[in-house]
Design a binder for this molecule. Sequence first.
Ligand code: G6P
Ligand code: ZN
Length: 565
Amino acid sequence: MGFEIKEIVTKPFEGQKPGTSGLRKRVKVFQQEHYTENFIQAIFDSIEAEGSTLVIGGDGRFFSPETVQTILKIGSANGVEKLIIGKDSILSTPAASNIIRKYKADGGILLTASHNPGGPSADFGIKYNVSNGGPAPESVTNKIYEKTKTIMSYKIIDDKPVDLSNVGEFTYGPTEVIIIDSVADYVVLLESIFDFPLIKSFLLHNPSFTILFDGLHGVTGPYAHAILVSSLGLPESCIQNCVPLPDFGGGHPDPNLTYAHSLVDAVEEHNIAFGAASDGDGDRNMIYGKGAFVTPSDSVAIIAHWADVIPYFKNEGGVKGLARSMPTSKAIDLVAKKKGLECFEVPTGWKFFGNLMDAGRLSICGEESFGTGSDHIREKDGIWAVIAWLNIIAAANKDSPNQLIGITELLQQFYETYGRSFFSRYDYEEVPSEGANALVAHLEEARSTNSLLNTTHLSVSTSDKFTISGMYNFEYKDPIDHSVSKNQGQVVSFADGSRVVFRLSGTGSQGATVRMYVERYVGPEAGKKELSRDTAEGLQGLIEVALEVSKLKAFLGVEKPTVIT
Ligand code: G6P
Ligand code: ZN
């Protein structure tokens, strides 16, 4: 139809390798001439762009609107037939996953760096999702990376920029462009999953059960407003920091005890019964009530335990299977065992759950990194987890007319049934890569030579003793496509069933980030006092031993972790 396609000469940039969740770099890196264009062209070169329908959205962070226009230019020149774009370039990650599935798109490009800070001197990211609505598998991301190494030109069509603030149908060159409401389809989805009338009635009859959701100025604000305020009838005061900002208000939009202090402080100050927060792009969640932090490993296990009260799982013919990422505590394994369900252990990264879901073998899964979700979409889903908890609490209270069952009571009941997996993660962020690699090499050496096997280590502070009973480097063979993922974390197992995992983060944008995950199981017979101990206290001895055995402080040259969750 006579739209001129221009071929722009470029040269490859180093390091355009997508990590755990897409390509994440500083905004300044993306702003270099041709940098973003190269990566987008590489995506189109790695998929069947011609005649495709793609969904475009993201967390609305700084540099998103410009990048949407770049996608319009390059996408139209590469023969994309239809682009479905969230209004103002916004679609939370779970909402985008839903849109891809619902409108049977061939894939989607998500502009997000998730929980990393945003703004001109912070991070930006581009992530490709495939037609099942989930993150692209490594076969696709490797292809994209290979293309970025040899790219010599990219194609564009120069049409008038599309006004992203108007919902409606437009064109860009030969491409049909549909700007959609960012929130509406997601609300329909959640209303079809949960028992909204039950939750609404519980909230109405229990005004003392106060609620606070913190959007951390990420993308979830409008979603939380639509669901908590408009659908469930809660007052506006139940949400805070719910206006999405391109720099997240200068904060670090990550729902954990360190970065979501705005939620933690408000919950403590106002005695909020049920607090929750989500991250920049809306796929993570933290559940935190007065005096009760729910570790994500427990959260997914508790949701799995109570799944029968959630209509979606009934309608789907029951829960098919459960799963967790390797470093996540084994609490959910105990639920699977009790319910006679399959339970999978996959590497870190939500994409590993997708094949199992598509094969009909997995319904509920989670990761210690504050990700919880189900097969309703192919991403983890922050608001889903929050409403799942409200649905469970509403159902639990139906059978408890005299005592209000809140977060603390649900945790206690769970520990008394299954025992408790004390779990914590220490993060050493942006440490020198040499130190991190030396730590990995030290553990690898100990593993391959068995030098630490059967050695016993004393914690000076607690007098606990821990004997190393095994070491391995986690490797995963996907049961569906049989692809193998190696080097997914070094595991140190102890004779009492405790374990410590060391892993390098795949989501950082600078230097290396080392994560140390510690887990110690205490059976239900230990009694209420032992089961309700403070996490840090319950893990103190094991942490001391883990640091000693790994020589972590010496390798990384740091005394303390930057974040403890
Ligand atoms: C993202 C992914 C998760 C993953 C997390 C931690 O949020 O979607 O699946 O667990 O990053 O990744 P990292 O490699 O930084 O530990
Ligand atoms: Zn995220």
